[in-house]
Design a binder for this molecule. Structure first.
Ligand code: ATP
Ligand code: MG
Length: 367
């Protein structure tokens, strides 16, 4: 079944219309769809799947590195589903200590354990006719995994201390940034539960595989945080955009957003270049595909380039971006330095004070 996916305005209207009392947690503000999905093939596939699955009550597993947008996608699934006016209940599994997680999820009856003075419904019950989002599902211990399996198999669960099972209708969406297949192999995650929650799988690509979307995301975050903090930061320069598109983004979209936020608040692009410099990829820790074909030449060339980039950036920063002085310190010609700056995708940083004695005609780094 094909489902509607709403624009942010439509979402807001729907969410407001549904009344806050029906939402256990508010869905919160969402970026526009074109920003969330961008222009890559991988995200187009995610969007197509989301549209198809939103209308069917099947469990969904969202996988992806930290900061790739699993939370946003889970909320989009809820917002596009027939249960969108029902509750949205998110459980951040690692945030709740293991001993409390069972009572938090499944609730308890009066007298179920010392301190259980009354009846407490769990979040599974609260999510009746809505969406239960289990974030970091790999954190559930094996006992809780089997209770969840029962819920997914027949929609039934048992409050702690209860004599009878209860029935709920709930759409379960799970997310993880771990490789659950590996956890299954290790015996820490039940394989039957894995197959149950993995009826439909959405895999979110890391930001380094979505470099084409970086300008759009950066512009969106710039506008958003300018508005939020009442600032007037200018659009990022082309040089900085080149740096951003070459960075490897271990923290993915969250890292990009934080970076743009810092730029908006502090108002200088220097924060971006100096922020990214120490976190460039460390090739000595790069995963080497030992079971495949390795090009020693290629790896060594990459490592040398990366080292060169780091050294140049450090020296440029030390000399407040005076490239003539930097070239002298590095014992290379001024022209060679300009080429290297361009090749490394470093900003020429025109915005910082340009020494008068530099000749802009030779400014290849700013091409
Ligand atoms: N596709 C996207 N478009 C716009 N903003 C995004 C997108 N994906 C993530 N973000 C932003 O990045 C931040 C992190 O996103 P989110 O919390 O959804 O990531 P996550 O995959 O759930 O991370 P974690 O595994 O750490 O929980 C949020 O502030 C979110 O607004
Ligand atoms: Mg998350």
């Amino acid at each position: 079944m094909q489902c509607e996916v709403f624009s942010p305005k439509q979402w807001k209207r729907r969410m407001t219309a549904s009344g806050t009392n029906t939402l256990v947690q508010p869905l919160g503000e969402m970026p526009p769809e074109e920003i969330v999905f961008g222009r890559t093939e991988a995200m187009r596939a995610v969007r197509d799947r989301l549209n198809k699955l939103a209308g069917a009550n099947v469990p969904v597993l969202i996988q992806g590195e930290s900061g790739t947008g699993k939370d946003i996608i889970a909320r989009m699934i809820h917002a596009a589903s027939p249960w969108r006016s029902g509750p949205w209940v998110k459980v951040n599994c690692p945030a709740i200590p293991g001993t409390l997680l069972e009572s938090e999820l499944f609730g308890y009856e009066k007298g179920a354990f010392t301190g259980a003075y009354g009846v407490k419904p769990g979040r599974v019950e609260m999510a009746h006719r809505g969406t239960l989002f289990l974030d970091e599902i790999s954190e559930l211990d094996l006992a809780l995994q089997s209770k969840l399996l029962q819920l997914l198999q027949d929609g039934q669960f048992c409050r702690i201390g209860a004599q009878e099972d209860k029935k709920v209708e709930v759409r379960v969406v799970c997310a993880t940034n771990r490789k659950l297949e590996q956890e299954v192999e290790n015996g820490t995650f039940r394989s039957d539960l894995f197959y149950r929650i993995n009826v439909v799988n959405l895999h979110l690509p890391p930001l380094r595989e979505r470099a084409v979307d970086i300008p759009g995301l950066a512009a969106y975050f710039l506008e958003y945080h300018n508005r939020k903090y009442n600032c007037r930061a200018k659009p990022l320069s082309n040089e900085i955009m080149t740096v951003l598109s070459k960075y490897h983004w271990p923290g993915n979209i969250r890292e990009l957003e934080n970076l743009v936020k810092r730029y908006v608040i502090l108002g200088t692009e220097d924060v971006i270049s100096s922020d990214l410099a120490p976190r460039s990829p460390d090739f000595f820790n790069t995963e080497i595909p030992v079971d495949g074909q390795i090009s020693l030449k290629k790896l060594t060339r990459q490592a040398v380039r990366e080292l060169e980039r780091k050294v140049i950036l450090k020296v440029l920063q030390h000399h407040h971006w005076n490239r003539k002085q930097a070239a002298r310190t590095l014992s290379i010609s001024y022209r060679a330095l300009l080429y290297k700056i361009r090749d490394a995708g470093l900003p020429s940083n025109r915005s910082s004070k340009r020494p008068d004695n530099e000749n802009p005609k030779h400014d290849v780094a700013a091409d």
